[in-house]
Design a protein around this ligand. Sequence first.
Ligand code: NDP
Length: 257
Amino acid sequence: MWWFPNLKAIASFGAGVDFLFQDKSLPADVPITRVVDPVLAADMSEFVIGVILAQLKNLLIFKTVQSQGKWLPMEYRRISEVAVGIMGLGELGARLADDLVRIGFKVRGWARSEKFLNGVSCYAGEQDFDAFLSGSELLVCLLPLTPDTRGILNKDLFLKLPEGAYVINVARGGHLVDQDLLEVLDQGHLSGAFLDVFAQEPLPANHPFWKHPKVDMSPHIASVSDVNSVVPQLLENYYRLQKGKPLINQVSTTRGY
Ligand code: NDP
């Protein structure tokens, strides 16, 4: 970004800023802001709840067998029986946790720092990671992509989940080690995965995820910044910058999120 010598701030139009930190020419002294928006959080929560309910009630399987002309009654699971684990209890993860608790799920969450959320069993840091994973039958990734979290959805993690667990990645493709997921799905330890985000988007046509019977996908659409909701935040920061006031929703350059 050296070609913008008068740049005063960089505003990401989404919640994630990982793409900015990957830019080697990112100036160190220019503040970065991101979107923090209740509409974005609500959209994400609604999407993940939709995926979870579809999984509990086998809806995606019924759609597949319908196209094959098969009548296939299957056992379903009840909300009250299922423990959902959320990796990342920030703006999006905390909203999802709250909604899931209200619907009646058992909810556990994991973050870097200690959290106290109503009805949620909270775990923090590396020391709590295994305990968090061991009780997460449905695992949702809502972490930011940073050097610490890149590749975190790997074989080691999957094998610490209960037998038959289901993984939902709605954060970033860089969190997932694709080959590890395929291996663990084929070995049968995981029952399936839902992926909204991918290391390369659009997902290349020859990628094994497309045709894998245990992988369901959407095209990075879980939650999209709403222009009407987000533009006022950008304007607010523009005016703050002009008046020399601190910016809202500023990202920590040391943490990378
Ligand atoms: P936040 O920054 O508000 O929250 C991030 C959470 O992750 C925090 O709880 C933080 O812990 C935790 N965390 C970060 N690093 C670690 C770590 N190393 N170990 C454990 N926990 C960690 O982010 P948002 O909730 O706003 O967004 C999350 C991500 O969702 C975005 O970065 C983006 O990639 C993705 N996203 C995807 C969309 C889609 O359509 N698929 C749409 C929007 C966002 P602590 O609280 O202790 O700091």
